[in-house]
Design a protein around this ligand. Structure first.
Ligand code: FES
Length: 175
């Protein structure tokens, strides 16, 4: 399948005030053990993700090489280098779901949202994930959106309605 992918290489402005907050945090913590880990955790909390420029900033402030910081980021699943959407869509690609047509579910989701697995829609509403097993194989094929489980998705034509519900809710103020 071919589709145009929106650019994921978003940048954070050099004068973003969150850098000052991160600098203050690092300076408060600079004598503590494991500064790389705690600085990355604080940066993830402040920015929501860890792009290259944030790694460079932490490296300059802490003296920890960028490669070492990236090693930590890529090792721990709590960190992400790309922005995440408001809603996490997990399509189960485990064996039971795969046998029951999970690929069609995933294809439909990526077609509707216009992004591939691991990517976030331009409006930051959805991030698409492929999961190994969501633990409810008897309901295959299964998709989860945040904490909501969608079971027996044999009819992929249900998927546009499901996704539309989240779009509507995100536009409803004070929900
Ligand atoms: S394989 Fe999909 S829920 Fe287990």
């Amino acid at each position: 399948m071919t589709m145009s992918q929106p650019c994921q290489c978003m940048t954070i402005a050099d004068d973003d005030p969150r850098y000052e907050a991160l600098r203050a945090f690092i300076h408060d913590e600079e004598n503590s053990q494991g500064i790389a880990m705690s600085a990355l955790q604080e940066a993830q909390r402040l920015f929501g993700y860890l792009p290259l420029e944030v790694h460079k900033f932490i490296s300059m402030e802490t003296g920890v090489p960028i490669a070492e910081l990236y090693g930590v980021t890529t090792f721990y699943s709590q960190f992400t280098t790309t922005p995440k959407g408001q809603h996490q869509v997990h399509v189960c690609m485990g064996t039971a779901c795969y046998v029951k047509g999970a690929q069609k579910v995933l294809d439909k989701v990526t077609e509707i949202l216009g992004v591939g697995v691991g990517m976030t829609t331009e409006d930051k509403l959805f991030t698409v994930n492929a999961a190994r097993c969501l633990g409810c194989c008897g309901l295959a094929p299964v998709m989860m959106i945040d904490d909501d489980v969608y079971a027996n998705l044999n009819d992929v034509d249900e998927i546009p309605c499901i996704l539309a519900k989240y779009r509507r809710e995100s536009r409803t103020p004070n929900r």
